[in-house]
Design a protein around this ligand. Structure first.
Ligand SMILES: NC(=O)c1ccc[n+]([C@@H]2O[C@H](COP(=O)([O-])OP(=O)(O)OC[C@H]3O[C@@H](n4cnc5c(N)ncnc54)[C@H](O)[C@@H]3O)[C@@H](O)[C@H]2O)c1
Length: 368
């Protein structure tokens, strides 16, 4: 049967879902007080005032409530302190607030710390994901976005660039716990995917404002500010692809709305954003008036991580077919990041412990 002609203006009034895109209405954001979660949450709360967002976070490692200052008091946003490991608490927020979508960021994320407390990483990252999936299933969630990582593939070998069909070969307790989480996700996709549509993102290394200074770029910025030398694990030859957090937020938005349930999407940085740690260190120095000639005297080689993957190059054809591509160059992203840290000197109460060159050993290295 032919459908009747659309009334004038109907096209403009169409909801995104009518065009085939998924349109969330009430979203649970886990880990929204952390680095990526807060940036993505701010982006979503401001871009979609008609959608309600509830952040569930237990304010542990990486979290800072000040990260959420830009949306404090927003009518479409609520913060709830709670643990994703508590299935009762998770089910309660999903049911009480009639949520229909989950965006899952909460995790233990610091690779260096994963060598010291691997069980904690397994518990939060794998078990926490399992708790959320089961609660989401029971509460009839309409879409679940799981935030994984490029690290699940392990490091590149013989120049092979990872695509979504590659297997997992995680090399450290952090990436192993994220791979375990993805295996649990995969089990739910295969067994319950018709009722619980799940999409997965595997982004490159993400950087930008609001990242706790235990991580590479903010650690280097704050150490340069304090006129401290920059520690290079094993000489700084490890290479990473750096994706600016605003580009990541847009990518998550694309995958949530346009991604095919059951599919995973790599999110790669633009080619000019692939840098060795030593290149990152040197790119930051001009912001602190350190010239090329004296750069080496501001660097310090320290013991390498227990395990340090050489690189995680991924190809992202699949997400580019959804219409996304990164737009912030490494130079612009770095400038915006440095400016943010310089403008927010009191964002974290005490960062001295975070600024150590922690390589996963139980005690800090003597070099610092
Ligand atoms: N940072 C990166 O470069 C990167 C790259 C790829 C993927 N990821 C993934 O992105 C996600 C977010 O990473 P991030 O860098 O923002 O981390 P982060 O450490 O800055 O934030 C993690 C957040 O999770 C919360 N959290 C931890 N355990 C919790 C629990 N049991 N219950 C509730 N909340 C809990 C913390 O309080 C914190 O707010 C993680 O899943 C991480 O694996 C990160």
């Amino acid at each position: 049967m032919e459908s009747p002609p659309a009334p004038p203006g109907a096209e403009a009034m169409q909801m995104p879902e009518a065009s085939g895109d998924y349109a969330p209405r009430r979203v649970l954001f886990t880990g929204g007080a952390g680095f990526i979660g807060s940036n993505v949450l701010i982006y979503f709360v401001q871009k979609y005032p008609e959608v309600f967002f509830l952040c569930l976070d237990n304010l542990s490692e990486g979290a800072n409530l000040l990260n959420l200052d830009p949306i404090r008091g927003a009518r479409n946003f609520l913060f709830v302190e709670g643990d994703i490991l508590c299935s009762k608490a998770v089910r309660r927020v999903l049911a009480d607030h009639q949520l229909d979508t989950v965006m899952h960021f909460a995790a233990q994320t610091h690779v260096d710390r994963s060598f010291v407390v691997p069980m904690k990483f397994t518990e939060v990252n794998a078990m926490g994901t399992a708790v959320l999936l089961q609660a989401a299933r029971e509460c009839r969630i309409r879409r679940f976005l799981h935030v994984s990582t490029d690290e699940v593939y392990g490091e590149n070998v013989h120049g092979h660039i990872f695509s979504e069909t590659d297997g997992f070969r995680p090399m450290n307790p952090y990436s192993a716990s994220k791979a375990a989480a993805e295996c649990i996700v995969h089990g739910y996709v295969e067994s319950f995917g018709r009722d619980l549509p799940i999409v997965v993102v595997r982004p490159n290394n993400i950087y930008g404002p609001r990242q706790y200074p235990e991580k590479l770029i903010p650690k280097f910025i704050l150490r340069l500010q304090r006129q401290q030398r920059l520690p290079l694990h094993g000489g700084g030859s490890a290479r990473r692809s750096f994706l600016f957090v605003e580009d990541a937020a847009k990518a998550f938005d694309f995958v949530l709305r346009k991604g095919i349930p059951g599919e995973a999407y790599n999110i790669g940085a633009e080619p000019g954003s692939t840098k060795t740690v030593i290149q990152v260190a040197k790119a930051l120095m001009p912001f602190f008036d350190i010239d090329t000639d004296s750069a080496d005297s501001h660097l310090e080689v320290v013991a390498d991580r227990v395990r340090n993957d050489a690189s995680y190059d991924v190809e992202s054809t699949k997400i580019s077919e959804l219409g996304w591509s990164p737009s912030v160059t490494f130079e612009e992203g770095l400038q915006r990041t440095v400016e943010w840290y310089l403008q927010h000197p009191s964002h974290w109460k005490s960062v001295e412990a975070a600024l150590r060159a922690d390589n996963g050993a139980p005690t800090p290295t003597a070099a610092l």
